[in-house]
Design a protein. Structure first.
Ligand code: NAD
Length: 368
């Protein structure tokens, strides 16, 4: 079996604990890894003076695969978000977030199984912002007011929302390719084209063109507000949701809430030349070092990583082991319990022990 070189970024807050728990279960699958541990975030500031030092990017560029803990964006670091900067620096343009109900989790309903494909590099999330009252903001307000013959209040802040043909084309094509590779039947483009005609409208027009070239997979579109309601009322009708950046961000948390919370919401940032696997949630700083939070979102991101590395049998075994721990309900963290202060909740590392025990039990059950 081939060894895999993987960059491991423990991250901030609860990151080191949940990454260590995930590293242990990934190794227990029998797949062999050469971990290249790299500090980003607060740990990197002390050493390099920046939360996103070059060695992190170089390591991911070399290994092409990374497992990452959440990173806090320190105030005054010069970054709006270290996570967004990392995605932009490596052009990880697709963020894949599966929403799958595991039996025994606090699901809204037990048949949930859809995937969010979020554009990761543009939209109002691109960080193009002008602070209220600055010379640049004043200048832009005057310029735009003149061009559009519409008044913008002088005490406004401004955020720019770029959505390009090329950016839209590649994310929609990614969604179709992902559907094909993962036996999914339909792509739904999510937008607000009725209001934002030149950004979301462009996204929708491009999505329709791309759909014409991918006729083996069904295609439809939904306006984002309706999409949210449909997901709660009729989720079975949806399969892959292809979203511009901001809607993808919001729908991801809606999806996480539908399957019992952020502790079970994994993700994969994928580009043409590499991939970074990370949970949807952040660094939950108040729980740092307390052996308290759920490591399963990172573990499930690890399952996605195993699939990306074409270690399908290990991915299936780890997914099943995690599913069994959730279904048994004994060795789970507080967030998977009915009441948040349930004294029977276990800690982060005990969840890893339980998942490893399930992996071993699964192996023992296999015919020799
Ligand atoms: P958060 O996701 O860190 O935490 C919000 C709350 O969700 C926590 O207090 C906790 O109650 C719960 N929670 C989160 N993860 C959990 C887990 N694994 N198990 C159980 N409960 C869990 O969100 P926040 O407080 O808004 O952000 C904290 C920091 O994380 C910020 O600096 C933010 O910028 C950063 N962040 C990073 C990423 C990333 O690295 N990709 C993503 C989101 C936020």
């Amino acid at each position: 079996m081939a060894r895999h070189a993987v960059t491991l970024i423990p991250g901030d807050g609860v990151g080191p604990e949940i990454c260590e728990a995930s590293r242990r279960v990934l190794e227990a699958t029998g797949v062999e890894f050469d971990w290249d541990v790299q500090n980003a975030g607060e740990a990197a500031i002390a050493e390099f003076g920046t939360p996103l030092p070059d060695p992190v990017l170089e390591s991911i560029r070399k290994n092409k695969v990374a497992l990452k803990g959440p990173i806090t964006t320190p105030v005054g670091s010069g970054f709006r978000s270290v996570n967004v900067a990392l995605r932009q620096a490596l052009d990880l343009y697709a963020l894949v977030r599966p929403v799958k109900a595991y039996k025994g989790a606090r699901n809204l309903r037990d048949d949930l199984d859809f995937i969010i494909v979020r554009e990761n590099t543009e939209d109002i999330y691109a960080g193009l912002e002008f602070e209220k009252g600055t010379t640049d903001a004043d200048h832009l307000i005057q310029e735009i007011s003149g061009l559009l013959k519409k008044k913008i209040r002088p005490d406004s802040g401004l955020s720019i929302k770029p959505i390009s043909v090329s950016g839209s084309e590649r994310i929609v094509q990614f969604a179709f390719d992902y559907a094909r590779r993962n036996n999914r039947r339909k792509v739904t483009a999510v937008h607000k084209a009725n209001i934002m005609k030149h950004t979301d409208g462009l996204f929708l027009a491009v999505a329709r063109q791309v759909a014409e070239r991918n006729k083996d997979i069904e295609f439809e579109d939904r306006i984002v507000d309706n999409m949210c309601m449909q997901l709660v009322l009729r989720p079975k009708e949806y399969d892959i949701l292809c979203c511009p950046n901001l809607y993808g961000d919001i729908i991801s948390d809606l999806g996480a809430g539908m399957i019992g919370g952020l502790g079970l919401a994994p993700g994969a940032n994928i580009g043409t030349d590499g991939a970074v696997f990370e949970a949807t949630h952040g660094s939950a700083p108040k729980y740092a070092g307390k052996n308290k939070v759920n490591p399963m979102a990172v573990m499930l991101s690890g399952v996605m990583m195993l699939r990306y590395l074409e270690e399908t049998a290990a991915a299936d075994a780890l997914d099943k082991a995690i599913a069994n721990v959730i279904a048994l309900g004994e060795n789970v963290t507080y967030d998977l319990k009915e009441s948040r202060d349930d004294p029977t909740a276990v800690g982060t590392s005990q969840v890893a022990d339980a998942v490893i025990a399930q992996l071993k039990a699964g192996e023992a059950a296999q015919p020799a």
